[in-house]
Structures are given as C-alpha cells and as structure tokens.
Design a protein around this ligand. Sequence first.
Ligand SMILES: [Mn+2]
Length: 337
Amino acid sequence: MLLVKSLSSIKRKNILLVTHAGADVDAICAAAALLFPLRKSNKAQIFVPNHIGIPAKKLAKKLEIPFKVVKKASLKEFDCLFLVDFNDLQMAGGLESSISSFKGEIFLVDHHQLTRKKITSQKNTLADPNAVASCELVFDWLKKSGIKIDKKMATCLAAGLVTDSAYFLVATSKTFAIMSEMLAKSGKSFSGLLSIFSVPRTFDEKIAKLKAAKRARIFLVSGYIVVTSDVGAFESDAASALVKIGADIAFVGDTEDNKLRISGRASQQIVKKENFGLANNVFQKLPTYFGGSGGGHPGAAGFNGKGKNINEALQKCLALTKQFFRKKKGFRFKEYT
Ligand SMILES: [Mn+2]
C-alpha cells in the first residue's frame, strides 16, 4: 500500500525536517516523530519557518523537541529534506526559495489537498488528503519501516491526531485505532495528553471572536448559512467560532499593508452532504484574483494574498461559494439584514 521508501534505509545523512510556516501541533509532532528515529543513524534537525503556533511551542518545550525558528536559511549543508505537513511551497514561508533550489533528495509527508505543482518525485511522497493528520501518515511510515515507536514518539503522534481531527470530529475508525495504541504507549491519560498543548484562551482571542460575531454579514445560500466577517487577528479561531454558533460556512479575513489574509471554516455536514470543499471550491481559486496562495482541507482552509479591500475579497469567497451551489438543484440566495 505504501510505496514510499523505508525510513530505516536512510543512513549517515545530514537531514533537515521542515514544517510549514507557523507550525501547528500536528506539524511539529509529525516532524518530531520522524526526527527521533532518524537521529539514530543520521544527523537530523527541525526548522520551523517564520514562527511557531503557541500550543505547538508549549508542547515542544514540554516534550523537549529541539527545533529552530528560521526566517531564511541556506540549506546547502543538508543531504536531504523532509517536508512535513505541507505540499505547497508557499507554505514554507521564508524557506520557499531555498527549498525550491535545493539539489538533494526531498521527502514529503502531508495530508492537505494536493496542489498541482509537485515538489518531489512520487516515490518520495507520502501524501493523502483523506488522512486526518500528518501524524497518521507518519505512524504508517514508521510501522512500514519497522521502527519501534517509543513513549515520546507515541505522545507526539497522539497529540497530532487529537488536534488535527478537531478533537475527533473528523476522525475515522483508523484514527481511533491509532489513537488507542499511541495513548496506551504514551502512558498518559487523555486529559494528561491534552494538558501538554492546551493553552488558556487569551483576552485578545476572546475579543477577536466576539468582534467577528458582531461584524458578521449573514447570507442564505441554498439551504445553508454563509457568514463573512473581518477582524484584525485570530481569523481562523473566529471562523471556527462562527461555525460553532450556527454558520455552515464562515469566511473571516483581514488586510494590513496591502496583505490579505482569509480563513475559512465549514461544518462537517456541508462537506459530507454537499461534497463542498473550502480548499477546492474557494481557496485554491483566490490566487487568480488576488495573487498569493490558498489551500487547506475541505472543512478548514486559508489564503494569503495581496490587496487593500477585505470586503472585496470576502465577497469573492461568497461568490465562489454561490457558484458551487448554483450548479445544484433549488439554488436560492439572500442576505439577512
Ligand atoms: Mn496537519
């Protein structure tokens, strides 16, 4: 089933593992679960481009996962790269150009929707958009390579599964099977595992979510509620919050210094029942209009581009959503004011 090369055949190399910019728990954990075994017969380290998310940073500190946050770096000293939890080079932030000019071997492990531009060969790619987390794929890769998963690696894999499945909202039976095995191996209780990366909501996050709700524009698209809003920070948390309180799809964005940023979230119901995907149907199309890059998953996606007018960009998200539903029976549209 897995065609990718065995990890145990990689020896005496100088390896760099790279997460996506702003690494989340799944990204840093997938990288760590590869780092520890690879380090036994190679030199290996982790680079996180640009910045690291707060829960991921807390977890890395607690589990003593070594990593370096880098804005830019020459990668010439490395024999091979492992790109973890992304397949779009623009998600590599400041390392984008040094990765694209890298001459050595590149491996890729990821579960985001695949972009058309391939970074490396098929035989070095372990990518599956149906996997709940990159940690799920790393688990398969370790097993296939006959590598023993120790306590710390198990803790990492379990943490990545919990966070990227949105606490099992999008889990499959496989997620639970791996979770059960990893949690047992970690020697932790479930709440003990959560405490490794949970951070209390900050004041700013709470205000951002409430402001997003206050500024929301509410639309009816066929039978579904689509909400757009703008807020200066925590866009993705705000979009999740809007879905929690009733939206089927939420687009939340911000613009600053001619830079556009939009986060989208969609309910599992709309994803499953309508086969709607934020990455495919909306976010991967935004670069045509505003440059930059967009992608992610059916239920969670993001976009970074250029522009001063956030309303125009949010309206484009709405228009693309309408375009999807217009092809279906019983199309209706109105705004609730
Ligand atoms: Mn992930």
